[in-house]
Design a protein around this ligand. Sequence first.
Ligand code: 2AM
Length: 175
Amino acid sequence: MSTLRLFYALWPEPDLADTLSTWAAQAQPHSHGRPMRTETLHMTLAFLGSVEKEIADELIDATPYHRLQPGTVTLDRYGVFARPRILWAGPEQTPDSLQASHDGLWLWLSAFGFAPPTQPFRPHVTLLRNIERNDPPADAPPPVTWRYDRMVLVASESTDGGSRYRVVARSKPQP
Ligand code: 2AM
């Protein structure tokens, strides 16, 4: 049976992705690890895992019609997830509007048979993988505010050079 590994994410505009790359570069002497390529930086809203092609096609068709409330999130800190050994950028406080968008997305996804995660939403942008320290750098660069008005559905494909991300659908930007 054919499947796609899918997730929904906010994808930064190039300027913001460049800024986040500098966050990765600034943390690297401390944390070591492997920087994410600038064009792959993102914030996951919903990780779906392996999805049957039939359902994936339904999601691809429906995604443009999902209304994501526009909002902002300020990335102001580094953090670490010790087990997957990643260093990330994220907000000290999850904005209510982002939490609501996350919850609303999962409610919408339940119509396609997906169950929401049992873990709380921890919004983050992974910057470095395979880090060598469990403490993040003490000081983050100046905070950056991310204004978003749409989300993307992304297929993650394994290649010889690691994961490759392919945007397969986009929600329509909301005014
Ligand atoms: P990460 O950056 O914290 O590793 C593609 O793999 C995207 O889906 C990444 O943003 C990744 O988060 C996220 N992801 C991968 N596996 C996941 C899981 N089991 N639960 C939640 N998010 C996951």
